[in-house]
Ligand binder design. Structure first.
Ligand code: ADP
Ligand code: MG
Length: 255
């Protein structure tokens, strides 16, 4: 069976007046259906560039990217993107914010509305639906932003350092929340982070990139016994420090 997403020998350079910057070199990996992959690497190594390539905002210089065996097209509706900032609009209620994507794509059907209302209910935001985003905690805002992304029923979710604007405590809680929602909705996801612990506690596989130009240094499958079924619990598992040390060494070795 084809992988959900497959990158084969992908390279990319930025061209500016100052010259050419090779951001990514010869990147190959694939992500299976329903898999949660994390990409870690030092700041500036090309992680955000990699997500832009995957969602078709920019085209690889060489190599190929396919989804379910087909080349990825620009703005493919099958891909949802979640960023560091929640980007909720203060002049809209939480409810109108989570419907925004559907509105833009002219998919505001009764059925889609019901699905979004169900998610607000399931994930504890129903009581806040009529309020403005400023009434929500940082964690609730990220949950609302995720529901807005999920409203479009994307096949693949891209998360670019989605928790880095939050304080540490909130960050742990939100990672737990978001991880649970993504697994429950059965989505394939790619999380980009420079936080090793976050990657290990959330992902099925961690892809380690070198410093720029980003290259795949190693791909490490992560698994915990069944009872460690949330990111927070995994952080307390015996295996956690093993993975941490392993990936830490990989990162350090290549700066
Ligand atoms: P990361 O997300 O891992 O921090 P980025 O993908 O944002 O890294 O950037 C990778 C490299 O490409 C960096 O060295 C950055 O300076 C450069 N870069 C990013 N965006 C642009 C751009 N629009 N024009 C020129 N260079 C860029
Ligand atoms: Mg980035």
């Amino acid at each position: 069976m084809d992988a959900m997403l497959s990158l084969s020998h992908v390279s990319f350079s930025y061209h500016t007046l100052g010259g050419e910057t090779l951001a990514l070199r010869d990147i190959s990996f694939s992500v299976g259906f329903g898999e949660f992959a994390a990409i870690v690497g030092p700041s500036g190594c090309g992680k955000s560039t990699l997500l832009s390539l995957i969602c078709g905002l920019i085209q690889p210089e060489s190599g190929a990217i396919t989804m379910a065996g087909k080349p990825t097209a620009a703005g493919s509706p099958g891909i949802g993107y979640m960023l560091q900032r929640d980007h909720l609009f203060e002049w809209r209620t939480v409810y109108d914010n989570v419907l925004l994507g559907l509105e833009i794509q002219k998919k505001l059907t009764a059925e889609n509305r019901r699905r979004v209302e169900q998610m607000l209910e399931t994930y504890g935001l129903s009581a806040f639906a009529g309020m403005k985003p400023s009434a929500l905690s940082g964690g609730m805002k990220q949950r609302a932003a995720l529901i807005r992304t999920l409203a479009l029923d994307p096949e693949l979710l891209l998360l670019d350092e989605p928790f880095s604007a939050l304080d540490y405590q909130t960050r742990l809680e939100v990672a737990d929340d978001i991880g649970m929602i993504i697994r429950r909705e059965g989505k394939t996801a790619i999380l980009v982070t420079h936080d090793l612990s976050e990657a290990i506690s959330m992902a099925d596989r961690v892809i380690v990139l070198s410093k720029r130009p980003g290259q795949v240094k190693s791909i490490i499958p992560v698994s915990f016994p069944d009872e460690y079924d949330t990111p927070l619990k995994k952080r307390n598992a015996e295996q956690f420090s093993h993975y941490f040390n392993l990936i830490w060494k990989e990162l350090k070795q290549y700066g």
